[in-house]
Design a protein around this ligand. Structure first.
Ligand code: PGA
Length: 254
């Protein structure tokens, strides 16, 4: 049984003060056991967040990482700089990095490798655009995006399937679309890492996941949690999604 993971991708939201206030409120919530929770603030808010979360059950993630350990790479941050301050995981290859900042399958993989070497858990994002889905290319895209992931360590890897057309749009994949994409990705992972590793690997769904659709999506057989953008920015919807994940893990999907 895969333990669900709910990760909040805050993108370029929340100042250091707002990060602190959010995390204090989240820690005051009576969150259910059995669900891993990770918050991913901006780089500048990570040190303050790390101090607040020390000793808590809530994990801390970054939103990007560079593949070199140091050097002339203006504005980039190395994996060791993240682990030094207590960051445990990192999002890699998010579609906004791919479409707005030139991230490629190759650069995302290089980041993921460096992150794992430094001891970080990698949340590796994949997913098709609307044109690709409408053109019937969804599975070909997922195949391409996962083609070289076999060099990664599956025990410190989480996949995040995020159909680009569902991110921040209010449009979600239907349960059928999500389940078939996740099942396809798990088959790919089985080819790369073997069946046992693929069965234990978590595949998150991302794209307008919110309390209203959390039970139906998180209850799907191959959906092991969520990467949440908009609904992770307020404590109440984020906690509601965490509770939905716990309900689904306990077999109560209503
Ligand atoms: P969203 O973002 O939940 O706001 O659609 C998800 C993501 O980009 O990871």
């Amino acid at each position: 049984m895969r333990r669900p993971l709910i990760a909040g991708n805050w993108k370029m939201h929340k100042t250091v003060a707002e990060t602190g206030a959010f995390l204090e409120d989240l820690l005051a919530e009576d969150l259910p056991p059995g669900v891993d929770v990770v918050c991913c603030p901006t780089f500048v808010a990570l040190p303050a967040a790390a101090m607040i979360l020390t000793g808590s059950e809530i994990g801390l993630g970054a939103q990007n990482v560079h593949w070199e350990s140091s050097g002339a790479f203006t504005a980039e941050v190395a994996a060791q700089m993240l682990t030094e301050i207590g960051v445990g995981s990192v999002i890699v290859g998010h579609s906004e990095r791919r479409t707005l900042f030139g991230e490629t399958d190759e650069s995302a993989l290089a980041r993921a490798r460096a992150a794992q070497v430094a001891g970080l858990e990698v949340i590796y994002c994949i997913g098709e655009t609307l044109d690709e889905r409408d053109g019937g290319d969804t599975f070909a895209i997922l195949e391409r995006q996962t083609a070289n992931l076999g060099v990664l360590d599956p025990s410190h890897l989480v996949l995040a399937y995020e159909p680009v057309w569902a991110i921040g749009t209010g449009r979600t994949a239907t349960p059928t679309q999500a389940q078939e994409a996740h099942a396809f990705v798990r088959l790919r992972l089985a080819k790369l890492f073997g069946g046992d590793a693929a069965e234990s690997l978590r595949i998150l769904y991302g794209g307008s996941l919110k309390p209203a659709n959390a039970h139906e999506l998180l209850g799907l057989a191959d959906v092991d949690g969520g990467l949440i953008g908009g609904a992770s920015l307020d404590v109440q919807p984020f906690s509601a999604i965490i509770r939905a994940a716990a309900d689904c893990a306990n077999g109560d999907e209503s």
